[in-house]
Design a protein around this ligand. Structure first.
Ligand SMILES: Cc1cc2nc3c(=O)[nH]c(=O)nc-3n(C[C@H](O)[C@H](O)[C@H](O)COP(=O)(O)O)c2cc1C
Length: 349
């Protein structure tokens, strides 16, 4: 069964491959009368583009979005919105060297086992290129939630084992890693350089905050908001873990430490991360996403070819050293898509 659609009211379907003619997304269920221009979406797409920092892939993806349907005179009409991004910087020849090999850490081997077809050009549908369409849909979702005052902020919490020790919001845009701790950001940059020199890659943790989210969003039992957020974030390639609030640390606390005391002014602490029993409690939603190191590395690795014969592989060419910071707008987009859907579900009651 195909799995390219997400959402109940705000329905998002993405399509396209890394090295096909174009990629795109259809958004059904967007309310009418929301101002929407290509430049609104473009602004978000530019944040995901490679080449923003020294760890990013030098592939020049222009990511120019075209609105094909669903708007009239700069406003949504309530009909399906179709967005398309043409693939321009397509160099399928770069992938000749790995044509018959399964790249470790990538979906090459599982896609081959599932579909029996090897689209070796840049990972095909499994490529991170697909995430551009999520960012485009997320730009619209963000507009829906912004009408209620909801804001999503995401930043680098950890990279290559170096953690941000302090969160100074103003500092996020003052360094290429989007880290709220300038001192840690400097160390992270050095770590990236070191990994690059070694022909290796590193991973990290993105933290996402949702501010001014009203209480009441989430549909127990199976569409709890934390379940849907985890599902949406886990569907991004490279994501290996999602934590809400105290997350894994909660397993090491006692009940009296973990429970957030309730006062007439609100919750005294926020170990719940803004969600109780799958429903938002009005507090800040706190999510952390663990990203594995980039799979394509120059360092030689063991693999097999499509006939199952042992081989070694070294991936040269255009690749990021770390998925951070490029994954940050993708995480924001997925959180936005889930919140927009749940907001519309709650309003439909
Ligand atoms: C924004 C973004 C950029 C990425 N860039 C690369 C890249 O340059 N090279 C690479 O090998 N993997 C990259 N990835 C990861 C792959 O797309 C792929 O998902 C991963 O190797 C398979 O991981 P999974 O098992 O978690 O799905 C990127 C992922 C994201 C979300």
């Amino acid at each position: 069964m195909a799995g390219n659609t997400t959402g109940t009211i705000f329905k998002v379907t993405t399509w396209g491959e890394s090295h096909g003619k174009a990629i795109g997304v259809v958004i059904d269920g967007c309310p009418p009368d929301i101002p929407l221009s290509e430049s609104d979406i473009q602004e978000e797409l530019n944040r995901r583009r490679p080449g923003r920092d020294q760890s990013s892939s030098p592939r020049k993806e222009e990511d120019t979005v075209e609105i094909l349907s669903g708007t009239f005179e700069g406003k949504t009409t309530g009909t399906p919105i179709s967005l398309m991004i043409r693939n321009r910087d397509v160099k399928s020849a770069d992938y000749e060297q790995v044509k018959n090999l399964f790249r470790p850490g990538h979906g090459d081997i599982t896609y081959f086992k599932k579909y029996g077809i090897r689209d070796y050009r840049g990972g095909g549908r499994a490529s991170a290129r697909e995430t551009a369409t999520r960012v485009a849909a997320g730009a619209i979702a963000k507009k829906i939630i912004a009408r209620e005052g909801i804001e999503i902020i995401a930043y680098t919490r950890e990279l290559g084992g170096i953690a941000a020790e302090q969160i100074i919001m103003e500092d996020i845009d003052r360094n290429s890693i989007l880290c709220p701790d300038m001192n840690a950001a400097g160390k992270m940059e050095t770590k990236l350089e070191e990994a690059k020199k070694m022909g290796d890659s590193i991973g990290g943790i993105v933290e996402i905050l949702v501010r001014r989210c009203p209480s009441g969003l989430g549909e127990p039992a199976f569409d709890k908001i934390d379940a849907d957020l985890a599902r949406a974030l886990m569907s991004i390639g490279t994501v290996k873990g999602v934590e809400i609030g105290a997350g894994f640390e909660a397993a090491r606390m006692s009940g009296s430490e973990c429970n957030d005391p309730i006062t007439p002014e609100g919750f005294a602490t926020n170990n719940a991360g803004g969600i109780l029993a799958g429903i938002t409690n009005g507090d800040e939603i706190v999510i952390r996403v663990a990203c594995k190191p980039i799979s394509s590395i120059e360092k030689e690795q063991q693999t097999i070819d499509i006939q199952g014969r042992p081989a070694t592989i070294s991936i040269k060419g255009r690749h990021d050293v770390c998925v951070i910071p490029r994954i940050i707008p993708v995480c924001e987009a997925m959180v936005g898509i889930v919140l927009a859907d749940h907001l519309l579900r709650q309003r439909a009651k």
